[in-house]
Ligand binder design. Structure first.
Ligand code: HEC
Length: 151
C-alpha cells in the first residue's frame, strides 16, 4: 500500500500534476481542480448547515472539525483561476472574474477570513458567536456567487 502511494506520488510529480504551486497542465485541469475544491467546501458547509438548522443533531466536535477543514479548503480553489483559458469550457465561472479581478480577490479574502473566524469561535464554543460566524461565512458564498458564478 505504502509503495503504491509512493509510486503514485512519483508519477504525479513527474507529470507535474501536483498542483500545490498553482501550476496546471491545462485549463481543464485548473477548472477541475477549483470545482473539486468547491465540492469539498460545499460538503463541509452543508453538513454544518444541517446541524445549525436542526436538520440533524448538533455534534460539536464534528462541527468544529468541519470548521477547521473549511478554513483550510477556503485557501484551495483560487489558484485555479490563474490559468489562461480557464474562463472557457465546462465552467460556471463568469467573465467578470477576469474583468474585475481585484473585486473577486477581495471576495475570496473575505471568505477566507470568515472561515478562519468560524474555525476560531468553534474552539470557544459560544453558541451565539458560532451562529453569527457561520452566517457570515454563508454570506460570503452568496456574495461571490451572485456576481461571479453562473446559475
Ligand atoms: C470568491 C468567490 C467565491 C466564494 C467566496 C465561494 N465560491 Fe463557490 N464558486 C465560485 C465560482 C467562480 C465557481 C465556479 C467554478 C467553476 O465552475 O469553474 C464556484 C463553484 C461552486 C460550486 C460548484 C462546484 C462544481 O462542482 O462545479 C459549489 C458547490 C460552490 N461553489 C459552493 C460554495 C460554497 C458553499 C461557498 C461558501 C462556503 C462558496 N462556494 C464560496 C466562487 C466562489
Amino acid at each position: 500500500m505504502k509503495r503504491t502511494c509512493f509510486a503514485l506520488a512519483l508519477t504525479l510529480a513527474s507529470t507535474g500534476a501536483l498542483a500545490a504551486d498553482g501550476a496546471f497542465n491545462s485549463a481543464e485541469d485548473a477548472i477541475d481542480y477549483r470545482q473539486a475544491a468547491f465540492g469539498l467546501i460545499k460538503e463541509n458547509f452543508s453538513d454544518m448547515w444541517a446541524m445549525m438548522k436542526d436538520k440533524k443533531p448538533m455534534d460539536e466536535k464534528a462541527f468544529a472539525q468541519r470548521a477547521q477543514h473549511l478554513a483550510l479548503l477556503a485557501q484551495i480553489p483560487f489558484t485555479g483561476f490563474d490559468v489562461a483559458g480557464s474562463d472557457k469550457g465546462d465552467t460556471s465561472a463568469l467573465p467578470a472574474i477576469w474583468q474585475k479581478r481585484d473585486e473577486f480577490d477581495a471576495k475570496a479574502s473575505q471568505f477566507q477570513l470568515a472561515t478562519e473566524r468560524l474555525a476560531q469561535v468553534t474552539q470557544s464554543g459560544d453558541a451565539g458567536d458560532i451562529k453569527k460566524a457561520f452566517g457570515a461565512v454563508g454570506k460570503t458564498c452568496k456574495g461571490c456567487h451572485d456576481n461571479f458564478k453562473a446559475e
